[in-house]
Design a protein around this ligand. Structure first.
Ligand code: NAD
Length: 339
């Protein structure tokens, strides 16, 4: 059996990917310090898959603890989700972000090399394209200069991992640039469970619908888009999870080292108001909203050119807008207070 170490596997995207890995017959070892997750997500994943997950509560910065995991478990490859992800918080606490995301990945890569584990799938982000590149973003565009420390950490880590691959002929890395993951597993048992006030649109919409928040603030309706609100490329988290399995399978069959970036998005931009209307239509719940001033740093619109992932990995999205909305609502209404 191929054993995959999943860092940050108790989190939102990690838990969905762990489920997909178990269902596909991989052995899974999760390392998570639970700074932004609950162990309950993995309990539910185990129930859904009918298979166990080996769990270590540890910090990726703790090289000794990580080395123990590599010694005890027979790791063949790593999928690396562990990181801090709140753009606004990263402006307030840049050092925490550089330490956790950049230093944490350097420590992980060191331990991997020390233990002869050469295949790594990394959670990057569309934010690495920065503000200067024109959408649709395509992997041939240069890495940009992201506005936030969070975005900088993703661009830095991509560069570091490419250098590691250049220096180590066996090392293989896939930098997966996610667009905007939303939705939840079709069971409604696992989903996105943000701490405090959600930073992202979809969990905010869902919390308004379930009555936890009064109304949604739509930041700006005077952008040069079809309805004036920002447009993003929303991707169902299950499609995103499947992208990791395709990237992993591709890496494992590469005969020698490589470093490639792949966009994971649908290629179809949707506006904030289209999401709000879609949610109301498919959940049957009203979502009161008000127009608020633009938020600093928000780009008007960006979306993926996802043709490389299709051509090279054989990956495409299968889920519809309706799936994203229905699945979000099933998770939120069954778990109004999260895990
Ligand atoms: N959700 C998005 O919109 C989005 C978009 C692009 C990229 N990403 C990236 O994907 C990854 C996963 O995102 P998510 O939405 O599932 O976030 P999440 O916060 O739900 O998951 C991250 C997990 O990593 C764990 N973690 C954080 N720092 C750690 C450390 N030092 N050691 C061990 N565990 C640690 C957290 O407890 C959490 O379980 C992140 O790297 C994020 O930056 C997310």
């Amino acid at each position: 059996m191929t054993n995959v170490l999943v860092t940050g596997g108790a989190g939102y995207i990690g838990s969905h990917t762990v489920l997909a890995l178990l269902n596909a017959g991989y052995g899974v070892v999760v390392v998570d310090n639970l700074c932004n997750a609950s162990k309950e997500s993995l309990v539910r994943v185990e129930k859904l898959a009918g298979k166990p997950v080996t769990f270590y509560q540890a910090d990726i910065l703790d090289k000794q603890a990580m080395a123990c995991v590599f010694v005890r478990e027979n790791i063949d490859a790593v999928i690396h989700f562990a990181g801090l992800k709140a753009v606004g918080e990263s402006v307030q606490k840049p050092l925490a972000y550089y330490k956790n995301n950049v230093q944490g990945t350097v420590a992980l890569a060191e331990v991997m090399l020390e233990h002869g584990v050469n295949s790594l799938v990394f959670s990057s982000s569309a934010t690495v394209y920065g503000e200067a590149n024109e959408p649709p973003y395509v992997e041939t565009q240069p890495l940009g200069n992201p506005a936030s420390p969070y975005g900088q950490t993703k661009a830095m880590v991509e560069k570091i991992l490419m250098d590691v691959a250049r220096a180590n002929p066996e090392f293989k890395v896939a930098n997966l640039r996610y667009f905007n993951p939303i939705g939840a597993d079709v069971s409604g048992d696992i989903g996105e469970d943000p701490n405090g006030i959600p930073n992202n649109l979809m969990p905010f919409v869902a919390q308004v619908a379930v009555g936890k928040r009064d109304k949604l603030a739509v930041f700006g309706d005077d952008y040069p888009t079809k309805d004036g609100t920002c447009q993003r490329d929303y991707i169902h988290v299950t499609d995103l999870a499947d992208g990791h399995l395709d990237a992993l399978a591709w890496l494992l069959k590469q005969p020698s080292g490589c470093a490639e970036a792949f966009n994971l998005g649908t290629g179809e931009p949707l506006s904030v108001l289209e999401i709000v209307k879609g949610f109301e239509q498919y959940s049957g719940q009203p979502v009161p909203y008000e127009i608020a001033p633009r938020r600093e740093g928000d780009l008007a619109a960006f979306w993926a050119d996802a043709s490389k992932a299709k051509q090279v990995l054989g990956w495409t999205t299968n889920k519809s807008l309706q799936d994203m909305m229905v699945d979000t609502w099933r998770w939120q209404s069954q778990n109004p207070d999260g895990y």
